[in-house]
Design a protein around this ligand. Sequence first.
Ligand SMILES: Cc1cc2nc3c(=O)[nH]c(=O)nc-3n(C[C@H](O)[C@H](O)[C@H](O)COP(=O)(O)OP(=O)(O)OC[C@H]3O[C@@H](n4cnc5c(N)ncnc54)[C@H](O)[C@@H]3O)c2cc1C
Length: 490
Amino acid sequence: MKRREFGKIGLLAGAGAFTGCSTPPDGTSGTFSAAMDFYQEPARKLPTREFDVVVAGGGTAGVVAATAAARTGAKTALIEAKGYPGGTVTEGGTAIHSYYNLWKAFPGVGKRQVVRGIPSELIDRMLLLGATTGHAEMERGFDYDSVCTALDTELYKLVAFEMLAEAGVFVAVNTMAAGAVTEGKTVRGVIVESRSGREVFLGRSFVDCTAYGDLAAHAGAEFTVPGDYDSCNSVGLGNVDMDDYYAFLNEHDAVGQLARGLRSGKPGQIVRLSGRDVNLPDEFREEAGKIGMSTTTTTTYDNYLMFVKFNYKVEGSVVNRDDMAKAELVLRQRQIRGLELFRKFLPGCRNAFIARTSPSVNIRRGRLITCDYDITHEDVVEARHFADEVFVYGFHDSAPALQVKDGGTYGIPYRALCVRGIDNLFVSGMMITSDHRAHMSTRNTVSSMAQGQAAGTAAALCASGDMGSRDLPYGKLRDRLEKDGVYFES
Ligand SMILES: Cc1cc2nc3c(=O)[nH]c(=O)nc-3n(C[C@H](O)[C@H](O)[C@H](O)COP(=O)(O)OP(=O)(O)OC[C@H]3O[C@@H](n4cnc5c(N)ncnc54)[C@H](O)[C@@H]3O)c2cc1C
């Protein structure tokens, strides 16, 4: 289309939309390049709102970060692209890993809850609603999980929402963090987009919990996109019988992982189960392999397999819209093929249906943001502790092959959450730790939540003292974290 034609259509559309409006619609006064390969937007005045702390991304880490910041006294905003808080906890993982050290693989080592504070409070609230399996100990596959804590993901969204409201957080859902306003090495605001228009949320300290590192990237942080994991869209299968499914696996000596806990309000029920593929029918195994299906599931209800995962290696980049559009389609096609497999081969699943899918593809890692410290594989497996640590953690996804030494813990240093080269920006969640093996520990949900508590608290303290992230005295942060229930080993 030639430039003149395009301009004409734009004007016509603009004239139609303008009827009855007091202000002209956006885009009527910009200009196109001669080759029509870009459009220069007109300058616009954006309304501002002022906060002490702005958290971008209301998922696993962001819910806790915003709650912690608000409870520390900061006027806090949380920006979440979807209509609810919760993130990958409610969409991707089978169970949340882990509040405990991996003690079972180490005779003589005691079980201890090493992540406490706000992440623990979330589970206590879920327990009151009967919306979690509780901390169910693994009977099989124990060296991997030790404890399986699964949640009713729909109620989790509500509990997280209520917790944010009680803390006084300004929660902007259905709102994208779409840009950053910076001044030298300082972030001044987040440009947000919603149906209420384009605005700037000004702040003194910022926390990026978007998983993709959107805010940090907009603010000019250094990053890479490792592309080292499969992406996933999981389904919840309804109208199944967990006990029949278990009986079938047992009969074929195919039970992989097993845990019992609270299910539909009854204790001692099977809440985590996986099939050892080796003993399942060939057709099932081969087809499951082709569609990246994992039979590991958890449940909080009798007739529900809450998570059946379908994996796909994105061709291209997880931060490219078009590559991800293909992933969205492929994964939905895989889910239907997976449902057929469950119906055909697994007793208890003959009349299953897809009761839930993730609203969009879940990534295991997007942008990796460069921070002042990069946690290494050795830090994790050697159980290293740091003078500036903000919590301790003991779980590793690759156990038993990779474990924290002697069933202990390692520390997460404050520096690992401070974005290199930017004075007042923190990150939390899957965006930290470049080493793939170390990331198999730090990326887990309970670690992401604890990172959120540390970053949100630090952001609030920095805002109240009008200081950058590197000027915050560690003692002040540590005192506050301990007061708020965070557990340290020394
Ligand atoms: C398939 C899968 C299975 C997993 N299994 C487990 C498991 O069994 N156990 C376990 O402990 N861990 C598991 N993990 C890992 C763990 O779930 C994640 O690493 C962790 O939840 C990441 O938390 P996060 O806060 O970084 O991201 P998220 O929880 O994804 O939060 C990011 C939030 O930011 C929002 N957002 C993104 N961009 C923007 C933007 N520009 N503006 C506004 N909002 C934005 C998103 O909507 C989302 O709510 C799994 C991960 C995946 C993907």
